[in-house]
Design a protein around this ligand. Structure first.
Ligand code: SF4
Length: 312
């Protein structure tokens, strides 16, 4: 059986798991091509205007593979943590797709609650039964897939750069190089290293989130808020760039909470949509890095001056 896996949304984080699971069940995995202009245009054409860029792009990935597979996975990811949800758009993703794109193949739309291995296995059993008649293989395929995911190193922590900044945002905005216009490469070329939330202890993130009057419902909000406010206290991190999708309800709230908490810690918010031009993005990044370099130089000058005064 040919099973389609669109390269959008949380594919970047969980592809080792799903691909290994399907391969172990002897399915042929059909992935869409990396995001490009054609995928974007196809998605924009059929998706509702109000949707955010990653959702539009996901529609484009579906169009890219829908005629090449027997079964298509449209992941309705509800939860990856207890008492939190991912995003309302993830919950209704299959409906958005099925009402917008005609002539779809058979689609797997069962909700995914990945809060425990047991919950995740429930979903895998349903998918496995759609893929193979030999259900005895499902459990071992599941275990192999879990192992594959555990061995997958996710996140960025550059070393050896004179400046390090935090890159904040939802995984598809950070790891889809078409969406972010290859921002990590651009920063590295400017002598700037990057750290992402995967390299900050969950405990530190939770400590920050606990200072809010109420724990957020949304996992992305918890992660982005906890990470940005935690790294704002670290002297080695000089600033943060937050890549946010235009029309993302979660970001519109969490960004205000972050700004209120981090005060004068340098933060650049890059809002992206289908009209974002690379030239404008480059100018803003360059100006931000320039500002960080000047701030660092000023701080060095002040500390040298203080040392000089205390010696004389
Ligand atoms: S969290 Fe925001 S960017 Fe991500 S799918 Fe939901 S609305 Fe779009």
């Amino acid at each position: 059986m040919k099973v389609g896996v669109p390269k959008g949304l949380l594919y970047y984080k969980y592809h080792p798991f799903i691909e290994k699971f399907l391969i172990e069940l002897d399915a042929e995995v059909i992935t869409s091509t990396d995001t490009n202009k054609d995928i974007l245009n196809a998605g924009v054409k059929c998706c509702v205007d109000e949707a955010c860029l990653p959702i539009k792009i996901f529609h484009g990935h579906i169009i890219d593979i829908k005629d090449k597979c027997d079964l298509l996975i449209v992941p309705r990811i509800m939860r990856v943590r207890e008492r939190e949800f991912i995003c309302p758009k993830f919950c209704g993703l299959p409906e958005m797709i099925l009402y917008s794109i005609p002539n779809m193949p058979k689609v797997m739309t069962e909700p995914i609650y990945a809060t425990s291995e047991k919950e995740l296995y429930t979903w895998c059993k349903k998918l496995g039964k759609m893929v193979t008649g030999d259900t005895s293989k499902i459990k071992s395929a599941f275990n192999s897939a879990l192992e594959e995911q555990r061995n997958f190193k996710f996140g960025i922590k550059d070393e050896g750069f004179k400046i390090t900044i935090a890159l904040v945002g939802h995984p598809y905005n950070l790891y889809d190089t078409f969406i972010n216009m290859n921002i990590v490469k651009k920063l590295n070329k400017m002598g700037v290293g990057v750290i992402t939330e995967e390299y900050v202890e969950e405990e530190q993130i939770n400590l920050q989130v606990k200072t809010l009057f109420k724990r957020p419902f949304w996992t992305f909000a918890t992660n982005s808020y906890g990470f940005t406010t935690a790294i704002a206290k670290h002297n080695e991190i000089s600033g943060a760039i937050y890549i946010s999708s235009f029309a993302c309800g979660i970001d519109s709230v969490v960004l205000e909470l972050i700004k209120e908490k981090i005060e004068d810690f340098p933060l650049l918010v890059l809002k992206v949509d289908e009209h974002t031009g690379e030239g404008g993005l480059d100018t803003r990044i360059e100006a931000f890095i320039d500002m960080i370099e000047r701030k660092k130089n000023n701080e060095n000058n002040i500390s040298t001056f203080r040392q000089h005064i205390s010696c004389s």
